[in-house]
Design a protein around this ligand. Structure first.
Ligand SMILES: [Zn+2]
Length: 142
């Protein structure tokens, strides 16, 4: 049974951990390459992450969501990473992207009242097999 965020069967922490272990074993034989520059060793290298310009928070006191945060504009390396995460079956990119969000929260000192994954339509969840935003959220919660 799945909910709209995909946090049950395909987004469970146990499955996520199992997949991380399997991915680590695969990395021994096929080291990951950076989505931005192709360097070996990580899916999104430190140099490419550092090249992403910071983004100012979006504040709107009249909105139900009064403040929103992002770690990069949706372009270049960040766009490539998100596309691979969403459309090229590379859920491991949720780790560096979620860690970026967690680092931004720590850096800013902002304490959100809610961290939620964007819901995914059930048909899309069935097709993709995971909700990428739910996995990013898991990295933030660690
Ligand atoms: Zn890189």
């Amino acid at each position: 049974m799945r909910d709209s965020s995909g946090l049950s069967s395909t987004g469970s922490p146990l499955l996520f951990t199992f997949r991380q272990i399997a991915d680590s074993l695969i990395d021994l034989f096929f080291p990951p390459r950076c989505v931005g520059c192709g360097a070996r060793g990580s899916l999104l290298c430190d140099r490419c992450q550092a090249s992403l310009p910071s983004v100012e928070p979006i504040r709107d006191p009249r909105s139900a969501i009064t403040e929103r945060r992002a770690t990069a504009d949706f372009e270049g390396v960040s766009q490539q990473a998100i596309h691979r995460l969403k459309y090229e079956n590379q859920p491991r990119l949720a780790v560096p992207l979620g860690l970026r969000l967690a680092a931004e929260l720590r850096r800013s000192g902002w304490i959100p009242s809610l961290i939620t994954a964007a819901p995914l339509h059930e048909a899309r969840l069935r097709q993709r097999g995971y909700n990428q935003s739910a996995w990013c959220r898991q990295e933030i919660e660690r």
